[in-house]
Design a protein around this ligand. Structure first.
Ligand code: MG
Length: 383
């Protein structure tokens, strides 16, 4: 078995779970976290949630599930090379998007607007809420009762206001300190995965072209290498060859830069890492710049493409309509949750009622949201 570095998340240095439990017999604490995530309902729903394209637009595009698996693959490769805890990075990667609403970023922005006066909606915080509270699988506690380390990795960003409400897990945002290295690297593995697969999905959907992307340095370097090696290959293969090189060059850069950084002054333990104000897992400055250029390209040409925007606008409307209906008339919510929401309204707790509606909407898949919208607003549809 590979020896972990002293600054990795070790079973012995695990800060434990919110509800005390016996240690697992045949697995590490982080393997148990990963297994709990895989068996959760929220994880299964990732299959029908999207990032850029809406689920019914095609079977070939990434879903949140395939995205999360790709992040886990990238994160594990980096973790192994840096002698960090692969099981923990896998757990964080598989859970990092559990709190995403239907319809990707458009859905999250719409729900955040609806929740403006009731505490807002942050998808990252929602992922933590899913594993801490919303999953119902254990008789003795709500949520999945994950380790501190997995929860720390899931909560990538957090506003100061919310951090104050979160206890231990929120402290680092107030003190401005770093999480463990596994959390740092999974965050960057997420960016490597989505930048690369959005190039792939964007090209295959025809919304962006190779010609346009050649203005982006990171892409063009890989393009020239591929064309130099295989001048005759088909466009489909060019895309695959470029995308895998895009992932590889970013992963290699991240490993090398981080290895050098760690070697300068190796922290003694994960506790020492958590005291630092700056990350130790990072890209070279050149790669950071190139990454930014690619991100900006995707934003302008793919995420703001008129066809994506049309879909996002429809998605926003679906979310707003549903939220409005559930908030005004909590008795329209399914039985399991409506009693509680009606009680909140009765007690004058509008925030509580809004949160129940937001949790319900955030848990929906794309197609469930479309169907539920139809059931709510189309009189000829059965309810
Ligand atoms: Mg992600």
């Amino acid at each position: 078995m590979l020896t972990l570095a002293p600054y990795a998340a070790l079973n012995d240095t695990c800060l434990g779970r919110q509800h005390e439990e016996e240690s697992p017999h045949n697995r590490s604490e982080y393997q148990r976290d990963r297994d709990r995530i895989i068996h959760s309902a929220a994880f299964r729903r990732l299959e029908y949630k999207t990032q850029v394209f809406v689920n019914h637009e095609g079977d070939l595009y990434r879903t949140r599930l395939t995205h999360s698996i790709e992040v886990a693959q990238v994160a594990r490769s980096i973790a192994r090379a840096l002698q960090l805890n692969e099981d923990l990075t896998e757990a964080i990667a598989l859970a990092h998007d559990l709190g995403h609403t239907p319809f990707g970023h458009a859905g999250q922005d719409a729900l955040n607007k609806c929740m403006h006066d009731y505490g807002g909606f942050e998808h990252n915080l929602q992922s933590l809420r899913v594993v801490d509270k919303l999953e119902e699988r254990y008789a003795s506690f709500s949520g999945l009762n994950l380790t501190h380390e997995s929860r720390e990795g899931i909560l990538k960003h957090c506003s100061n206001t919310n951090a104050k409400l979160l206890g231990d897990i929120g402290k680092r945002f107030i003190k401005n300190t770093m999480p463990g290295l596994e959390a740092q690297l999974t965050n960057l593995a997420d960016a490597i995965a989505y930048n690369s697969h959005d190039v792939d999905d964007g090209l295959r959907s025809g919304l962006i072209t190779i010609k346009q992307l050649r203005d982006v340095e990171l892409f063009n370097t890989q393009y020239e290498e591929v064309i130099g090696l295989y001048p005759e290959i088909s466009e489909r293969l060019i895309i695959h060859e470029i995308v895998r090189r895009l992932i590889d060059c970013q992963v290699s850069d991240l490993i090398e830069t981080s290895q050098n950084k760690l070697a300068e002054k190796p922290p003694e333990s994960i506790a020492a890492v958590r005291k630092l104000k700056k990350p130790l897992i990072l890209f070279s400055s050149k790669m950071r710049e190139q990454n930014l250029e690619l991100k900006q390209f995707l934003r302008k040409n793919l995420y703001f493409h008129y066809r994506v925007l049309r879909m996002s606008t429809k998605a926003e409307k679906v979310i707003q309509d549903m939220f409005g209906a559930f908030f005004e008339h909590p008795q329209l919510l399914p039985n399991e949750i409506s009693d509680k929401a009606v009680q909140c309204m009765h007690d004058g707790d509008a925030i509580g009622c809004a949160r129940i509606a937001a949790d319900y909407i955030a848990g929906m898949t794309d197609r469930y949201a479309i169907d539920e919208h139809r059931r709510l607003f189309n009189p000829s549809e059965s309810t």
